[in-house]
Write a protein that binds this ligand. Structure first.
Ligand code: NIG
Ligand code: FE
Length: 411
């Protein structure tokens, strides 16, 4: 028998149905698809009815399990589509160095940066990583995150990258989307990037596929990391193996990442600080979602990506924390949204779409999550104030209740 739940006494629901209809492009306030005095029915965690309370079909009045949402406003659970949540160790000392003028690349060249987190992550047991990561997942879910992407890329060898992917499988109770980012930096065991990418293709990816540990592959295209020509060849083979691809693109320099993303139809191109008008045009026409990570830009004390140009050209823009110990040691979604509003002049409806439907597109999950509509997962959060108060204060989450698949997971 199906488990049916009626959610009632909802002040309003931001369904995001209009955003979904427009494919997440040219979003305005009307696209939030607001229903006043609403009700929602979930059967086995999937929305089977949503609408104004007075239109609720009589058959649903027989439902035994009723949840009173006490006049909260509902919106889709946030989709955090770019994080590096599984890692060990801190890089606080490096942060001090950067503030004193040493560059990110220089710290990396001295063996700091990604390679220092690599050392700590390799040395940590699966249990230690699991405890650290679960605490971080909890911090995300309390803010209303019901789907959380996380990348490997802090172990860079066969054994420990797989250890990290297996740790991801143990995390919950929200939806975890693992991404393999072996091509994050060249590990010390390898002399050439080509040799390392060949090793990934021959040894690591077949195992990940066999064990069903990830369906997505990411790469850091950047000067002194992986260049666009090698990356393009690598990613084409990765696609042929059946993986979705995503790219850390044009963050520190214009290195061709966005172009590779549009040519190979990557699900997302992330960072995009250095892109110019020609890349903006191609991204706007493509299916690739542009994932902007302004908290990393704040920490790196660099320019912000040209969000308004992307939005006005018709690109689909998503936002995420890029949570990692180096360039973005924060899990605060409000900070991200606030920076998007202040520094990139995104409107509040654009920010809400960027953290829900558009982020779902970045994960290829737009048919399951990202808007509250019949057939989608009952993943939502309740807020007490007006939706206009979202992404307004830093450090205080608006989420007063969080539901994943129809079940309450946080107060
Ligand atoms: O998304 N750019 C590459 N990766 C991370 C930073 C990783 C690190 O510094 O540990 C990022 O910003
Ligand atoms: Fe990142």
């Amino acid at each position: 028998m199906k488990k049916t739940v009626l959610f009632k006494n909802i002040r309003m629901i931001l369904t995001l149905s209009g955003v979904r209809k427009k494919g997440g492009r040219h979003v305005t306030e009307e696209d939030l698809g607001i229903i006043q005095n609403a009700a929602l029915v979930a059967e086995d965690g999937i929305i089977s009815w949503i609408g104004p309370r007075k239109s609720l079909p009589k058959t649903y009045l027989k439902i035994k399990k009723i949840i009173d949402l006490k006049k909260q406003t509902l919106l889709p659970g946030f989709v955090e589509c770019h994080t590096h949540t599984v890692f060990s160790g801190s890089r606080a000392e490096e942060f001090e160095l950067r503030n004193q003028g040493v560059s990110y690349q220089e710290i990396a060249a001295r063996g700091g940066g990604i390679l220092s987190t690599m050392k700590n992550t390799r040395e940590s047991s699966a249990r230690e990583l699991q405890n650290l990561s679960q605490a971080r997942v909890n911090r995300f879910l309390r803010q209303g995150v019901t789907t959380l992407e996380m990348k490997t890329g802090y172990a860079l060898d066969f054994e420990h990258e797989l250890k990290c992917l297996k740790v991801m499988k143990t995390l919950g109770p929200i939806r975890i989307v693992p991404t393999y980012l072996g091509a994050h930096a060249l590990p010390p065991e390898f002399k050439s990037t080509q040799g390392y990418l060949d090793f990934i293709l021959k040894k690591v990816l077949p195992e990940i596929k066999k064990k069903k540990l990830a369906k997505r592959v990411d790469i850091f295209i950047e000067k002194s990391f992986f260049d666009a020509t090698l990356a393009k060849k690598y990613l084409s083979t990765v696609k042929d193996l059946g993986f979705d691809i995503v790219i850390h693109a044009d963050q520190l320099s214009l290195s061709g990442g966005a172009d590779v993303a549009t040519e190979l139809q990557a699900l997302s191109a992330d960072h995009l600080i250095q892109i110019q008008d020609s890349e903006i045009k191609k991204l706007a026409k493509s299916k690739t979602t542009c994932v902007l990570l302004p908290a990393a830009d704040l920490y790196m004390d660099c320019a912000y990506p040209p969000a308004r140009k992307l939005l006005e050209a018709g690109a689909r823009v998503a936002l995420a924390t890029d949570f990692n110990p180096g360039s973005s040691p924060t899990q605060d979604l409000n900070l991200v949204g606030l920076l998007a509003r202040i520094k990139m002049k995104m409107t509040l409806p654009e920010v809400i779409a960027a953290y829900t439907f558009n982020a779902a597109c970045a994960l290829g999950l737009e048919n399951e999550i990202g808007s509250l509509e019949v057939g989608k997962s009952a993943d939502f959060m309740g807020i007490k104030g007006n939706w206009q108060e979202l992404f307004y204060s830093i450090g205080v989450s608006q989420a007063s209740s969080v539901y994943f698949s129809g079940q309450q997971i946080s107060e």
